[in-house]
Design a protein around this ligand. Structure first.
Ligand code: UD1
Length: 428
């Protein structure tokens, strides 16, 4: 199992480039199931979850071609024949986003068998809202031996009101609705940029969608979709992680190839803390921190609120701020697994239900720590960048699910970080 060895203390200086958004790439790859023609996706990040999705699509009969050389972030997917519309447990057990193939498969071939998802250990994470929506569209769903099976002749347009805002649920049902018979109106939808990105691809494929990126989405179903070429949005969570890396190390960092508009809630909080964040270009931010940071509370919310996927990283930064920070996690019930590891590094954090209280600033010291989920890992890397001495971070496969060659990127701006073990990517 790979480990990172990180020696803290270096301010990060220079330019760091953001990859494409994993959470956009996953639904966009699933959207390729909706057509017999080729879908070409640019700016695909080379991370483990994408590799898992590639295997998943191939196991169902799709041809997936990865680009090489200069085109190494391009993926061409052709789902001409879908001989086996089954998402097998062996492939999907590490990735909850497998539920994203449910809607497109039923819409395209009238049947799907999907293993119930695994993924990050951050709470119950049910998919009842995906199921309810598909049932409303006329699918019959049964559950047996850890698999969901959905069947229908052709999905019918429906009026769906989500009980709770769900990102992949919105994407899954959107992908189902585009080939359904008639109009679908979805209310209380997720407004995350990843939903808009998926809708942009679907529109390029010939879908009729209005309102993506708002809480009400209207879809006029069509009988078939065609191939398309689409460029994936930059990853706002990776960009946010780099902004915090610049700030926590007291550096001067340019975060390149990002979309500042997607980072509003985070930038506002960092600015309140005393970090300078400046937009240099429509796709470039500069972050500098040259004074003692002040504690500022956060409360995670759906987009455009403060993202739950930045909560763990923000907590690492809060350990370096003067005063008391309250971090309230509203989206997932069990998303404080990084706390005990940060405490082992010298942080003063107490958890009470959904609220973590951080008292800072405390110096951090190196320790042997363990990654527990994707964003928790990022939080520990950030803490290690300012810790005194050498931190050994175990189980970095969690990190590899969503961050592309993070150690190389951080090393490029002055971090002392190296990987022990088999470098992810060499086997691709
Ligand atoms: C997506 C992101 C993940 C992010 C999360 C919230 C992907 C691949 N992952 O996850 O990185 O942390 O959004 O921004 O895009 N819920 C239900 N029933 C459902 C579905 C969800 O109760 O059928 C609940 C969940 O348990 C959770 C909340 O709704 O409490 C939000 O979850 P959801 O938005 O669905 O998260 P994901 O789409 O899985």
């Amino acid at each position: 199992m790979d480990k990172f060895v990180i020696r803290g203390g270096n301010p990060l200086v220079g330019t760091i480039r953001v990859s494409g958004a994993k959470n956009s790439a996953l639904p966009c790859m699933a959207a390729a199931l909706l057509t017999e023609e080729e879908v070409i996706l640019e700016n695909i990040p080379q991370v483990r979850d994408i590799e898992t999705e590639r295997k998943l699509l191939e196991s169902m009969g799709a041809a997936v071609q990865l680009g090489y050389g200069r085109a190494q972030h391009r993926t061409t997917i052709c789902c001409k024949t879908l001989s086996d519309p089954i998402a097998k447990y062996e492939i999907v057990k590490t990735m909850r986003a497998s539920s994203l193939v449910l809607g497109p498969l039923v819409a395209r071939v009238g049947m799907a068998r999907v293993a119930l998802p695994g993924g990050c250990a951050i709470g119950g994470r049910p998919i009842d809202l995906h199921i309810k929506g598909l049932e409303k569209m006329g699918a019959t769903i049964t559950q047996e031996h850890g698999y969901l099976e959905a069947r229908t002749e052709r999905l019918k347009g429906a009026h769906i009101v989500f009980d709770k805002i769900t990102v992949t649920g919105t994407e899954d049902l959107l992908m189902a609705a585009v080939l359904a018979d008639g109009e679908t109106v979805m209310e209380n939808c997720a407004c995350e940029p990843e939903v808009s990105d998926t809708a942009a691809l679907l529109t390029a494929m010939g879908a009729k969608i209005e309102g993506a990126g708002t809480s009400t989405i209207r879809v006029q179903g069509v009988t078939r979709l065609h191939g398309a070429r689409h460029r994936i949005n930059p990853d706002r969570i990776e960009a946010g992680t780099f902004l915090i890396a610049g700030a926590i190390t007291g550096g001067d960092l340019i975060v390149d190839n990002c979309n500042p508009e997607h980072l509003g809630a985070l930038i506002d909080k960092m600015t309140e803390m005393g970090v300078h964040v400046e937009t240099l270009a429509p796709d470039q931010l500069r972050v500098r921190a040259d004074a003692q940071l002040k504690a500022v509370d956060i409360s995670t919310e759906e987009y455009p609120g403060f993202p739950t996927d930045m909560q763990a990283q923000f907590m690492a930064l809060a350990t370096q701020a003067d005063g008391v920070t309250q971090v309230k996690e509203n989206i997932f019930e069990n998303r404080f697994m990084h706390v005990q590891e940060l405490v082992r590094m010298g942080a003063n954090i107490k958890v009470d239900g959904r609220v973590a209280t951080v008292r800072g600033a405390t110096p951090l010291s190196s320790a042997a720590v363990m990654c527990s989920d994707l964003r928790a890992s990022a939080s520990l890397v950030l803490a290690a960048l300012v810790a005194d001495g050498e931190t050994i971070l175990d189980r970095v496969y969690h990190m590899d699910r969503g961050y592309e060659r993070i150690e190389e990127k951080l090393r490029g701006v002055g971090a002392q970080i190296r990987r022990l073990g088999n470098v992810f990517g060499s086997a691709q």
